[in-house]
Design a binder for this molecule. Sequence first.
Ligand code: DX5
Ligand code: ZN
Length: 216
Amino acid sequence: MKISPSLLAADFANLAADVARVEAAGADFLHLDVMDGHFVPNISFGAPVIGALRPHSKLLFDVHLMIECPERYIADFIKAGADSITIHVESTEHPDAILKAIKEAGLRAAVSVSPKTPIETIFPLLPLCDMVLVMTVEPGFGGQKLIPATLDKVRGLRAEIEKKGLSVDIEADGGINDTTIADVLKAGVNVIVAGSSIFGAADPASAIADMRALEQ
Ligand code: DX5
Ligand code: ZN
């Protein structure tokens, strides 16, 4: 599994130092939650913050766009140094064109589904995706409780990926900690986002080690 700590739970007054801490702790990716106050009822940070962090980290920058009209800003996030860009299927009428543009720029392309969106909605997009992000909480805020029914969607998605013989990662995001991670992995997830349970931990290295120990 890959572990992608979410910057949303970092100390915003000390971002570079906090990122260095999770990098040294054994993180694989850095999850960057971009929120616009429209697609979700919260505002976080945008491309300038990501660009400022880029020279400070070698982690794969896993950018999760929770914004309306993502097509308007893709070029900005590519320029800022994103390695992977995730758009929400609910945020645009043309997810296919945006995913193609991300891939043509040489990045990893991913699509996300919010808890109430049926997973079948994204099945036609699978050949264009390197990863699907299944939201395990309503997008917008860190520190929420995982919604167990979202794991049924992960199982359905894993079965569809196998049926089609594709190689697509499944990422889960929201409410993942050492008590929920075993069920999440068992459902078929191989990329774990964790905000509060890693950046919020007194010792991120042991939080990551505890998670890896639960991987069977
Ligand atoms: C929520 C974000 C998540 C969030 C997860 O909209 O997409 O990435 O930071 O936070 P935790 O792990 O605290 O639930
Ligand atoms: Zn996220």
